[in-house]
Design a protein around this ligand. Sequence first.
Ligand code: SF4
Length: 331
Amino acid sequence: MNQQNKIRNDWSIEEVRRIYHMSLLTLTYEAAHIHRQWHDPSTVQVCTLLSIKTGGCPEDCAYCGQAARYHTNIKVKPLMDVGEVIACAKRAKESGSTRFCMAAAWREVRNNRDFDNVLEMVKGVYALGLEVCCTLGMLTADQAKRLREAGLSAYNHNLDSSENYYQEIISTRNFNDRLNTLEYVRRAGISVCCGGIIGLGESAEDRIAMLHKLATMPSHPESVPINALARVSGTPLADLPKVQIWEMVRMIGTARILMPKAMVRLSAGRSEMSTIEQAWCFLAGANSIFTSESEELLVTPNPKLTEDRAMFELLGLHPFSLKENQKLDLG
Ligand code: SF4
């Protein structure tokens, strides 16, 4: 691939604003062009996301059905058994996933038996030859190091929104807490998975500020998930309007132009998108999706594996092979 564009970490907010507000067709065209310089546009990484501990979280993220304080229908489940998680990862590998992500609804990691079990899960998934990602809440520098030693490839910790808007959606921690965990992850040699959610009631300027923050980190996140709010009944944001597909395309296209090398992941919200709408996201530079056996992305609906296979066939896409995974050098 002809990588003409250099990686830049010095984007100005004006430049990001100009890219974000390009006409949609021009933005998609430019993003598709850059996407083709850095990636094979016919391949999409399929990641499996498993909720290893569900619900009962003490945090107050206004979008999240797993926060204990909201009256949702989510069933609280304790940390899964290590063997069960490894068996799930094996099935994910057999069905074409090359990255296995484990999510626990915790505020932060504690040095206890549950963390020891998570380390065993990481070791077991790593031994299968999959990329291993975790999202467990806030970490200390030492915990990040232990996860790395266990074989963790990546850690997910989203910025969610702009620094300004962050306090409107979460009051139990602040933006700097997020940045600290990301710093520990980076220093431990783990690749960073960090993106955000749109549709939280934020403005275009908040979206631009979030993308600017990601694109001006000393190293771009290797993985940038772009989520559309999945409205969960019982949460404060349940009645917000559905995110329009063009807003997702705009976010993905801008992320692709700003961070050409990153994996841009079309994350929550796919169950409300048609194949044509998802095709626009791939065209704008998305090159990864999440699947799960339960047809849920954590606690919100996600397309069936069979639907995704049919979509790939129709669009001429194919999932990354494990060999292509290694080429990514994300670990
Ligand atoms: S998003 Fe994570 S930290 Fe926030 S309430 Fe949900 S599970 Fe807890």
